[in-house]
Structure formats: structure tokens, C-alpha cells
Ligand binder design. Sequence first.
Ligand SMILES: Cc1ncc(COP(=O)(O)O)c(C=O)c1O
Length: 499
Amino acid sequence: MTIKQSSTRQSSLDVSPDELRELSSRVNELVLEYFSEVSSLPVFPETFAGDTLAQVGATLPAEGEPVEQLINDCHTIIKNSRHNGHPRFFGYVASPATPVGAFADLIASALNSNVTSWRSGPAATEIERTVVRWLGSLIGYDEDARGLLTSGGSMANMTALLIAQRVKSGREASRKGLWRSDAPMTIYASEQVHMSIPKAADILGFGRDQVRLIGCDDQFRMNVGLLRERIAADLQNGLRPFCIVASAGTTNTGAVDPLSEIAHVAKEFALWFHVDGAYGAPAALDETKRSLFVGLERADSVSLDPHKWLYAPLDCGCLLFRDEAQARIAFGDEDADYIKVLEQDADESFAFWNYGPELSRRFRALKIWLTLRYYGVSRIAAAITEDNVLAGYLAEIVGQAEDFELLAQPQLSICCFRYVPPAMRSRLTEAQENKAIESELNKLNERIMYAIQRGGRAYLSSATIHGKFALRTCITNFRTTRADIEQTLDIIREAAVAI
Ligand SMILES: Cc1ncc(COP(=O)(O)O)c(C=O)c1O
């Protein structure tokens, strides 16, 4: 049978081959220019609220505008942006994107696969399932891990809690909402846990108070003795513990909870064991850090974010689990007509909607797949290892300096410290004055952080360490060098003097 070629529709959105070529070459030029100059741009632009719209306009265009104008406006947007790709960007947990990842996203957008299921995106689904397996094997979780890519760590954590709750409360009870009438179900995490866990508990209807925040040791790792006591006390009071969340790399200091011991407690009390490795899990690729991750392989589920420490462009998180059938309990068996799958083959009837809340999903896996294939695991591992080495170097020179104080020894690639002018340091030793000086130091370091953020030469964020305002550097940045680290301390000193 021959298929008749349909005549091409004349559309108002047609773009001629020449126009397309021009658009493509102008956009490519812009992107290449950006990658070549990102290290010399101000990390934070000299911009104030409203500047960007004043420069590019905010009127809805009734008619199309020339490409020239649009590219110029994109230059303005770049100029007025904060650059995660700058070598002295150390704020939050945000890595630069590799060019490979950026180009992969362009391909994914052009293809525009909707990765709901194999039927909707056969190739994309196979690639995503492969990438998920690769990620599980990369971090030493499971050679044959299952799971799905998400918008980020918050979504991965929320999905994990829902699966945990539904598995542990019995499928029928939880899907019909019957569990709500029973005794409250409780979750256990350290007091350093990321805010996405209490937020997920809130969204899922447990309430933030049902997240028991367990105290930590002096390295900010969950105290397992306190964990056990709290679970036992809650059980005695008729509550229903169902999940422990361990952090493999806390956001504040990069602490990795004692995963093996926590896995043991989870087993003892038959609780779901989730590991939030959104930031830290890729550090398992650094041989010098691998021992910290022993026990990860015993988790029921793990979150990790390729957009944090696999240098993938936003957005891309991942939830891994070992038992696909268990995960399916939370979401499976939807029966709307528009998702009916008639395929008989198990792989062809596979659908991501059975494992997470989203239906339409972009082809996030392509950027991870191309990144891993382009660089290979060894180059990615080397970049992560170097980030950890640089955090250690920063801690070392901070520790040696007269005018800095290390507040938390890095376990991975986060270093927290503060500026302490020598005059204040000597006063600090006089005990009765401590409170006033601590408060002065907090204010001073807060002002330093703000001045640095707006100054555009480096970018730090903050953490509170035992009540002290800390300057926090998170090094997940393949452009950072030792010179950048040294320069950052000088920039802090200059800011302090100016204040
Ligand atoms: C440990 C940890 N978990 C979860 C998240 C949330 O990830 P996302 O911002 O991708 O939602 C973060 C973000 O920094 C994090 O550091």
C-alpha cells in the first residue's frame, strides 16, 4: 500500500529553510559566545528589580519581531543573569551545565518526545530506563536500579515518601484515604534534613509535625541512638512510624548520615529507608569518599540530582528504587481511557505514570545519556573528586588564616567558615563578652555575604552552624581552581574592610 503524501499546510508559523538556518546560526553563536565568556562575566550582574523588563520591554507583541532584536534581547537577559557557570559561583547546590548537556536539551526540545510511556516515546523511554539504571550503578546503589527522572530533588523526595507511605500502610487503605482516620504516621530524619522533606510531609497530608527531627553528632550526622529512642517512644504512644530519611550529603554542611546503622534501625522496625542523596550521592564516585556511602545499597529508595552534581542543565532529578512492583503500588492501576495501553509486551506497556505523579514529561534522560557517553564515567568522577579536594583545600587555608574560622570540616564539597577580624578574635576568648561578640560577628558575616553576592566577583551563600552565621561555599563547579579559592578569601577580606 502506498501512503499518499499530504500536501504541506501553509501555516502562519511556517519558517523558511533560510530563516531557520539564520535562527540556528545566531542562536549557536550566542551560546558559544556565552560558554567562552562565562568565566569573565560578573557572577551577579549589576541589576536591580525591573531593569531587565525596562531594557527588553514587557509589551505583548501582536506581530513578530526581527531575529536581530530577539538576539539582542537575549544578550540583555544573559547580561542580567546570575551565572552558576562562573568559576567563583559557590552558592546553594547549583553546578554549571556542561555544553554537552545544553546541546542535548536542544535536541530533546526539537524532538519534543512526551515521555509518558514507551508507546508515547519508545526511544526516550528506553534511554531513560537505561540512564536510571546507570545512575543506580554509578552511586553503588544497584546495578539494576529502577526509577524515574523528576524535575528535581524535592519532587523525587515527595514521590519517595508517597511510595513509602502507601507500601507501609497497605495499598487499599492508603489509596482510599482510610489511613487518614488512623493514628498519625511518622517520618524520621535528622535536624539537618533538607526542607523538601517536611514540605512533602505537609503536601501529602501527614503534617510537618509528623517529621521527627532527630539530633546530630558534632559532625552534623544523625544520632542513631536518639533515632531508635524516638521511634520506640512513638510506637509506645500508638503512632505509626513508617519511614526513615537519611541524608547522604546535607545541604548545610555536606554531612553523610551513618547509612549502615540507619539501615539496620529501619530493618529492625520494618520502616521504609529513603536516602536523600540529591546533592551528595554522586560523591560515591570519589574513591576517597566511597566509604561514607556504605549502607546506601540497603535503601528502599534514593534521590539524586544530576542537575546538582553531574553537571546537567536544570532540570533533572532522579528517584531510584529497587522494587518496581512496590513503587507501582503508590501510583499504578489508573484506568482513564486516554492512557489505556494495549501492548502485551512488558517493556512496550511500560508507563512512567505508574511510578510518579507526572503524566507529560520532557526527555530529560538525553542530557544525562549524552553527558555520560561523551565524557565517560572516569572524567565525571575526576571532576567530582576535584570539587571535594578543593573544598578540603579551602578548609585548610581557612584553618591556617589568622582572620578566618572554620565552622564545619567538609565531608564532601561544602565548606562553612566565617571571617573573624583579629581584633575580635582576641576579644572572643574573653568568656563574658562572647555573646555580644558572637552577635557582632553574625552581623558582620551577614553583611559580608550580601556585599559579596552583589559585588559580582564571587558568590557565597550562608548556613547557621551552632548559632553562628557561616559563609557557605558549595563547590560543585568544574571550572573552579585553587586560585579561585584563594581569590575568594581575598575578596571576603576586601569586603570586610569596606564594611
Ligand atoms: C539534600 C537536598 N535534598 C533535596 C534538595 C531539593 O532539590 P531541588 O532543588 O532539585 O528540588 C536539595 C536542594 O538543594 C538538597 O540539597
